[in-house]
Design a protein around this ligand. Structure first.
Ligand code: FAD
Ligand code: NAD
Length: 367
């Protein structure tokens, strides 16, 4: 049974077909939309259970079957971006003829609002853990070989652990292994790993459990979520990033994307709020980036400075924002992204509104 929300969307419902050779099973999904890309295709195959989700704007198409026979772990995904065709190639474990692709599972061949599709989790292996500051660590998680998943810029995932017999779920925003990606080193670009920069709180329920994981242990990771659209940056001339504490995490991929792929940007400014100097995440890398790319500037603002801090002090305020957030030209197109503790984000949004910035010019990152 197909869950099509209304008749007008019917002819846009994706469909699929499949065929086989002696050694391969090929599934072709006709998404019926242009501009398909790897971020819109999420695949998981565990044992004989295949789950393929295709994101089409605010909708999700799902292929979910219990395969007729076993397949090998490595699979290939080919995406024909312009025609919107997604090809999944599975390797048969045994050279037998399949009578059917598989038994349909509950939500097989459905097309529904993304928000109505429950989150799907797969177990990822903790492969490394490195210190970033006194309380923040960079966790590297490895996706299973039979998973195809890319977390888009500005989106987060949910991590799930069983803590004292209860399932606990918290959102985290994937980052890159370093800020300055050296394109000569392909290992940094591999899509098999998810990097998370996480602050461990002394009484934090989830982060304490996470910190106690051993290398080789598993943690469940969900599909990506979030409302940020890359197109918001693609048309901007000035980009301002207001980050507080770990609210820096969405800015990592955003900075990388802006500086490597958006040619119309003239200025990119990060205003980074922290308690003390020791809390500043990737300070050295940020300063290196500012030296390397003249469009980029970073400003650190401390709320509880110690020692001989000569830089800016204080919390987010209207006067501070009017000093640091300025259009480079009178009518330049601006985007201001803001992320941090809820009161920080809420105050920031209000101050920017009072300063005359429109809703379209301000993107707050929230859950
Ligand atoms: P909790 O047990 O919830 O408590 C955290 C600390 O705050 C403890 O010290 C506790 O005593 C204190 N505390 C709890 N509630 C209150 C309260 N109401 N008032 C005052 N103090 C309180 N975090 C990251 O480190 N990295 C990320 O990339 C990241 N991305 C996120 C993305 C999104 C969309 C959102 C919404 C949050 C993100 N977070 C991120 C925060 C993360 O989801 C958790 O909230 C955080 O890790 C704390 O979880 P915890 O269970 O360890 O802490
Ligand atoms: P923190 O407590 O160390 O504070 C960092 C800075 O935030 C402070 O120096 C101050 O300038 C500002 N700040 C803190 N409390 C404030 C308040 N009440 N009003 C105004 N400004 C305030 O920060 P942290 O422990 O690193 O926490 C980071 C927060 O960011 C967490 O609450 C986390 O949930 C949130 N976060 C959200 C997302 C998201 O929504 N996408 C992503 C990452 C982190």
């Amino acid at each position: 049974e197909k869950k099509v929300l209304d008749a007008s969307s019917k002819d846009l419902t994706p469909s699929y077909d499949w065929f086989q050779t002696d050694s391969l099973i090929t599934i072709v999904i006709y998404t019926k939309q242009k501009g398909m890309n790897a971020e819109l295709v999420i695949l998981d195959c565990e044992d004989k259970r295949l789950r393929g989700e295709i994101i089409v704007d605010d909708y999700s198409y799902l292929l979910e079957v219990d395969l007729d026979h076993a397949v090998q772990e490595d699979m290939a995904v080919n995406i024909a971006e312009k025609v919107g065709k997604v090809e999944i190639i599975l390797k048969k474990k045994d050279n037998v003829h399949w009578k059917i692709l598989g038994q349909p599972l509950e939500n097989h061949n459905t097309f529904m609002k993304r928000t109505d599709r429950g989150l799907f989790y797969r177990k990822c292996k903790l492969v490394s853990k490195a210190e970033v500051t006194h309380d923040t660590k960079l966790f590297c998680l490895q996706l299973p070989e039979s998973t195809h998943l890319r977390v888009p810029t500005g989106q987060h995932v949910y991590l799930k652990q069983i803590i004292a017999g209860t399932e606990v779920v918290k959102p985290y925003t994937p980052v890159l292994p370093f800020l300055l990606l050296d394109f000569k080193e392909p290992s940094c670009h591999d899509s098999a790993h998810i990097y998370l920069m996480i602050k461990i709180y002394p009484c934090g329920l989830f982060t304490q459990a996470l910190d106690h994981l051993q290398i080789g242990d598993y943690v469940s990771v969900s599909n990506p979520e979030g409302s940020f659209k890359k197109s918001q940056v693609q048309t901007s001339e000035d980009l301002f990033l207001l980050a507080a504490g770990t609210g820096f995490t969405p800015m990592v991929k955003l900075l990388n994307f802006a500086l490597t792929e958006v040619s119309c940007l003239r200025t990119v400014k990060l205003i980074f709020f922290n308690r003390t100097e020791d809390d500043i995440l990737w300070r050295n890398q940020l300063q290196q980036l500012a030296l390397k790319d003249e469009r980029f500037e970073v400003q650190f603002i401390l709320s509880q400075p110690v020692r001989d801090w000569v830089g800016k002090q204080g919390m987010i305020s209207s006067s501070l924002l009017s000093e640091f957030v300025k259009r480079s030209r009178k009518d330049s197109k601006v985007l201001i992204c803001i992320c941090g503790p809820t009161p920080f984000t809420e105050q920031g949004v209000q101050y920017l509104k009072d300063l005359g910035y429109s809703q379209e010019e301000v993107h707050p990152f929230t859950a």
